[in-house]
Design a protein around this ligand. Structure first.
Ligand code: FNR
Length: 382
């Protein structure tokens, strides 16, 4: 209503509400390197296309003459209260998009009460982003270092900075084959961007002869093996559990058996995700994997979802398929590129408003109502 009313006065929104136009506008203001890094995917982009195609195979079945004028989408996921089942996915290196970077995203998210998941590859430190978040809900995403002392130190800092849940990303123990970045020889990390978290970490710095400011090459030389190769094995999750009191969520789960193993390992949740199609080309569309994981988990852990979410209607479909909450990825990075903190607020408000409108017009007034409507969704033949 706000947008239409402004339209009466001749004002259109400062940024597009349409996700494709948002991406095009971001392309226009960014250099090829940063834009390609964010927009690009693994290989030929088949996984990115599969993520979108999976949405096209599902449809809401709107119900009529139901009372939906008063609506409440608030929920609590793993102890975190949120106004709607939406979080900001961890995206690293945000200073390549806009100088507001992660602190700007944190302020935008906190302003709406939307939880932000802060990346290990942040271009600002854990402590700086926590301060920008204020009272806002925040989770920390861990890229699992190969040295335990660094892992323990990062977890300790995140806990002290008020991050309540931990998201351990499993699918990126090395970077995928990303032609957009390869063809431009563009990798922000090699310039130190996105290394703020390790570069400010005492356990990481202890392994260096000089500070990163004095010897960037040596610091990057330590960073690369620290976050490449895998310290990850199922039995090593004990280390994380031992050093993290709060909920732990494994991100990048697509196979129902991996979801089961996560439950058996005592994890509190999983994120069904293929990293926005950036890791394995020709992977299954993330939404296609969601029902299998929901069925395997049987309510014993939270099931979150990302990859390919562009609109509020997409969020609605993922919820109807059983996700407890949805993470928004690239669209908020484009909002940041175009309008800094305000751009992120615009994108978040648009997605939340469309989700609310879509579910209301489909006949639902709250999540309990949606979840008790098994007829809310149809799956189309391929
Ligand atoms: C990511 N993603 C990501 N995930 C993570 O766990 N840690 C990280 O540092 C990053 N960094 C990152 C950078 C960029 C530029 C992108 C686009 C993505 C993955 C992210 O959390 C999420 O899984 C995807 O973005 C979801 O896909 P869509 O919604 O972008 O298609």
């Amino acid at each position: 209503a706000e947008i239409y009313l402004h339209g009466l006065a001749g004002q259109t929104p400062a940024l597009p509400t349409d996700p494709a136009r948002l991406e095009e506008a971001a392309r226009a203001v960014l250099d090829d390197g940063p834009f390609g890094y964010v927009a690009g995917g693994a290989g030929q982009g088949a996984t990115m296309r599969a993520n979108r195609a999976a949405f096209d195979r599902h449809g809401l079945v709107p119900r009529m003459l139901r009372e939906t004028t008063v609506r409440d989408w608030s929920t609590t996921v793993l102890g975190t209260a949120m106004p709607a089942p939406l979080l900001l996915a961890p995206i690293g290196v945000l200073s390549i998009m806009h100088e507001d970077a992660e602190p700007g995203v944190a302020r935008a998210a906190a302003g709406l009460g939307v939880p932000m998941v802060l990346s290990t590859a942040s271009s600002h430190t854990i402590e700086e982003v926590a301060e920008a978040s204020g009272e806002g809900p925040r989770w920390f995403q861990l890229y699992w270092p190969t040295e335990d002392a660094v892992t323990v130190s990062l977890l300790d800092r995140a806990r002290r900075a008020g991050f309540s849940a931990l998201v351990v990303t499993l699918d990126t123990w090395t970077l995928g084959w990303r032609p957009a970045d390869l063809d431009q020889s563009y990798l922000p990390f090699l310039r130190g961007v996105g290394c703020a978290v390790p570069f400010s970490d005492p356990a990481f710095l202890a392994g260096l002869a000089a500070s990163p400011e004095d010897d960037l090459m040596a610091a990057v030389g330590r960073w690369v093996p620290m976050f490449t190769g895998t310290a990850l094995r199922w039995d090593r999750l004990d280390l994380i559990r031992e050093h993290w009191d709060g909920p732990i969520v494994l991100k990048g789960v697509l196979h129902p058996e991996d979801a089961l193993r996560a439950v058996e390992a005592g994890m509190d949740g999983v994120v069904v995700s293929n990293h926005g199609g950036r890791q394995v080309d020709r992977a299954v569309g993330s939404l296609s994997a969601l029902p299998g994981v929901v069925a395997a988990v049987e309510g014993r852990a939270a099931v979150l979802f990302d990859s390919g979410v562009r609109t509020g209607a997409d969020v609605a479909v993922a919820l109807a398929l059983g996700a407890d909450a949805v993470l928004l990825g690239r669209p908020y990075a484009y909002g940041l590129a175009l309008g800094g903190q305000d751009g992120v607020t615009h994108v978040l408000r648009s997605v939340l408003a469309e989700m609310d409108l879509t579910l209301a017009l489909a006949g639902h007034a709250d999540l309990a109502g949606l979840r008790s409507s098994p007829d809310a969704l149809v799956t189309l033949p391929r």
